[in-house]
Ligand binder design. Structure first.
Ligand code: AMP
Length: 212
C-alpha cells in the first residue's frame, strides 16, 4: 500500500505514520527526518537545507524530489511505503506522478491553527535516532530521554519557536493545502479530524485506510 499523510506541521502526521508503519510492516519515508539527519551529519545537502528549515521555509523542490527519488528506489519500499511530509507542493506531487508513484490513499489530518500553535511548543525529538515525542500527547517513559534508542536526551525542535510555527502555518496554507484538491480530483483523498488523544486519531486513520 502506498500512503501519503498530509497536514499542517504539528498535526500528528509523523506520529500516525510511525504507528501505521508498524501496523502494516511498511517503512515511513519522512523528508523532514532525512533532512534533519543530513544537517546533523553536515553533508552538502544538510548545509544547503539548514537555513530553510530553521526559518520555517520549504527546502527547494529539486532537493527534496532528489531525496525521495533515491529513497523510494530502495528495496524496503517495494512492498509499499508511507510518505510523511512529502509532497508539500503541487510541483512535488507532479514529480511523484512522473516517477510513476500513484498513492492508494492520501490522508489529510485536519487540525486548527490555534491547536497547532499550542501543540508545537511541546514537541521533543531524540538527538540520536530522530524519534519524535510530545510532552502531553506522546511522552517518552521518563519525559526527558528516548525510549527507542536507550536513554539519549530529548531536545526541543528549533522550528518549534512560535514565530517559526506561524510562518510554517502560512507556508502550509499557501503551498501544501492545495494538494488536498489535487488528490481529491484523483479520488484518493480522505480527511481525518485530528483528535486530542493519539489513539483516537489512529482509530480514525485506520478506518480511513480501510485497515482493521
Ligand atoms: P517536518 O519534520 O516534516 O516538519 O519537516 C521539517 C522541515 O524540513 C520543514 O519545515 C522544511 O523546511 C523541510 N522539509 C521537509 N519536507 C519537505 C518537503 N517535502 N519540501 C520542502 N521542505 C521540506
Amino acid at each position: 500500500m502506498k500512503i501519503i499523510f498530509l497536514g499542517a506541521p504539528g498535526a500528528g502526521k509523523g506520529t500516525q505514520s510511525d504507528i501505521v508503519s508498524e501496523r502494516l510492516g511498511i517503512p515511513t519515508v519522512s523528508t523532514g527526518a532525512i533532512i534533519r539527519e543530513a544537517i546533523k551529519n553536515g553533508t552538502d545537502m544538510g548545509k544547503k537545507a539548514r537555513s530553510y528549515t530553521e526559518s520555517g521555509a520549504l527546502v527547494p523542490d529539486e532537493v527534496v524530489i532528489g531525496i525521495i527519488r533515491e529513497r523510494l528506489a530502495a528495496d524496503d519500499c517495494r512492498g509499499g511505503f508511507i510518505l510523511d511530509g512529502f509532497p508539500r507542493t503541487v510541483a512535488q506531487a507532479e514529480a511523484l506522478d512522473r516517477m510513476g508513484v500513484a498513492p492508494d490513499v492520501v490522508v489529510s489530518i485536519e487540525v486548527s491553527d490555534e491547536r497547532i500553535i499550542a501543540r508545537m511548543s511541546g514537541r521533543r525529538v531524540c538527538g540520536t535516532c530522530g524519534a519524535s515525542y510530545h510532552t502531553l500527547y506522546n511522552p517518552s517513559a521518563d519525559g526527558v530521554t528516548c525510549d527507542r534508542c536507550g536513554g539519549a536526551p530529548l531536545t526541543t525542535r528549533r522550528d518549534g519557536d512560535p514565530e517559526v510555527v506561524k510562518s510554517r502555518l502560512d507556508v502550509y496554507h499557501t503551498s501544501t493545502e492545495p494538494l488536498k484538491e489535487f488528490y481529491a480530483a484523483k479520488g484518493v483523498l480522505k480527511l481525518v479530524e485530528g483528535q486530542e488523544k493519539v489513539e483516537d486519531t489512529t482509530a480514525l486513520t485506520l478506518a480511513a485506510l480501510g485497515v482493521r
